[in-house]
Design a protein around this ligand. Structure first.
Ligand SMILES: N[C@@H](CCC(=O)N[C@@H](CS)C(=O)NCC(=O)O)C(=O)O
Ligand SMILES: N[C@@H](CCC(=O)N[C@@H](CS)C(=O)NCC(=O)O)C(=O)O
Ligand code: FES
Lengths: 104, 104
């Protein structure tokens, strides 16, 4: 579908992509983590896109199996949500991923 | 107002009250924290009350200055959100509040 193509293009063009909701604290937490690591994620606020928001979320669920926000991609690879990203960071595995993706 | 009376009665009758949303991870986090401390909070899921949900949120905002979820009360006293509750716990001040409210 057209939306599927849009998502695939976005996550392959940008090193770090976060599908988010402006009022969600978990989305804010993961955005803040990237900024603290010196990375400017490409952020798509699903609640600011009108009808396209829920449609994008449905396609994200089809592509990743994840219907929740935040939905994080690094170097085109699906990472997961906030807890997944924080866990990678705690294990020291996030920064190598960011360097490998060209984000840092 | 009638809703104001309902909130005031709920927070004075129950030792620990959490106004929450079922799909919000911060609301889940604070509910889990209480359960881990052996306390069963009285939980009101604002997204399961139909039109009354947003109305209750407006009244909570008028009473507490806080429009966000989770909105936590202990022993009738407004505590704040998830980060406020976690901060109290880290400082060792949450459990004395819970004991004092008759929750533990
Ligand atoms: N462990 C996940 C939790 C994600 C989650 O539950 N997100 C919530 C918002 S904080 C959500 O999208 N809820 C919508 C739903 O459950 O339908 C993470 O860390 O990202
Ligand atoms: N620091 C606050 C954050 C509360 C917060 O921003 N809650 C969000 C959901 S996670 C909310 O209610 N957003 C609605 C809004 O901002 O209008 C806490 O720990 O509770
Ligand atoms: S909506 Fe509350 S943490 Fe996401």
């Amino acid at each position: 579908s057209k939306l599927e193509e849009t998502i695939k293009k976005t996550v392959s063009d940008k090193p770090v992509v976060v599908y988010s909701k402006t009022w969600c604290s978990y989305s804010s937490e993961v955005k803040t983590l990237f900024k603290r690591l010196g990375v400017e994620p490409h952020v798509i606020e699903l609640d600011e896109l009108g009808a396209q928001g829920p449609q994008l979320q449905k396609v994200l669920e089809r592509l990743t199996g994840q219907h929740t926000v935040p939905n994080v991609f690094i170097g085109g690879k699906h990472i997961g949500g906030c807890t997944d990203t924080v866990k990678l960071h705690r294990k020291g595995e996030l920064e190598p991923l960011l360097s490998g993706s060209g984000a840092k």
